[in-house]
Design a protein around this ligand. Sequence first.
Ligand SMILES: Cc1cc2nc3c(=O)[nH]c(=O)nc-3n(C[C@H](O)[C@H](O)[C@H](O)COP(=O)(O)O)c2cc1C
Length: 352
Amino acid sequence: MTYINLNDYAKAAKEHLTPAAYEYYVGGAGDNLTVSENQAAFQRIKLLPRMLVDVSNRDLQTSILGHGIDFPVIVAPTAMAALAHPDKEVAIARAVANVGSIMTLSTMSTTSMEEVSKIGANMWFQLYVHKDRGMTKNLIERAEAAGFSALVVTVDLPVVGYREALMRQPLVVPDGMELANLAQYWNQDEYPSVNHYVAAQFDPSLTWADIEDFVSSTTLPVLIKGILRPDDAERAVASGASGIIVSNHGGRQLDTVVTGIEALPYVVEAVDDAIDVLMDGGVRRGTDILKALALGANAVLIGRPVLWGLAVDGQAGVEKVFAILRKEYDIALANAGVQSSKSVPRDIIFKG
Ligand SMILES: Cc1cc2nc3c(=O)[nH]c(=O)nc-3n(C[C@H](O)[C@H](O)[C@H](O)COP(=O)(O)O)c2cc1C
């Protein structure tokens, strides 16, 4: 099979995953309207390319929080990579190191942060805030000690969304796998499914005061993941965050919520260049990356496509997913008359 786009990987991945793992990865909340809409919203945006620009030398690189990356795509945090491939998060980290990107490691990973950090990739740690704040602080301190370069605090999961696939088939951590960062706190007998753990442990009382506390107590820059409103974006800046990830959690939390790409320009306007703004949800094409940058994002993150690449071919599959996106993005830049990732003009978006 020749893989020439990310949809090829999405289709092939189904054959490499158990039905339960596939449903967990692919699914969203409610009617899955937001899952589809994340891609549809990109598809509705039309480009207005500029002609007769010398695009013989294109500079794809950019920097996020002061770190250079090869092109503006980063790995989003996704739980439980072991469901996709025995090399799990280690394979993703190796791929990221080779392609010059950044990996965000989930709190709910199946390899511990200490283990993944040994690969030497540029890593961010994604934090789910637990009711036990001592334990939450311990996770942050472990990420600092393990050499992670940023903390990504996810704020759009006060409770798990109405995920019907998980209700029909609860996600059980299979024998031989573990939620490795949480080894001291999680056990199968007490929490028969991942949802039981989340419901018992994640803190729905999280507020901006907690964010300010994390910002002031960690040595790491803090990104807030899951912001969609301009006033929340202003609040993130005021709380001392170093970045925002505009995201609806891949459509897995609140069905019919606005998409990241639609919310992005309003957040960008509110932030007014004070901090970095990233987005995720539905990025599947090089043109999607170009559109997000034109609308003000510094970079995008990809979630499911990384899992599809991992499921099909481990580290090599993840690297291929990045290679395809990079090639598509490079061709999109050239044909839109844009020379550099750092100067994508807003006016290449067609306003009608
Ligand atoms: C299987 C799966 C697990 C996820 N786990 C997490 C997680 O542990 N923490 C988190 O902040 N976001 C999590 N997300 C959301 C992703 O970080 C990201 O926002 C989303 O996948 C982006 O959309 P995309 O899959 O269309 O690229 C998860 C998404 C998926 C698909």
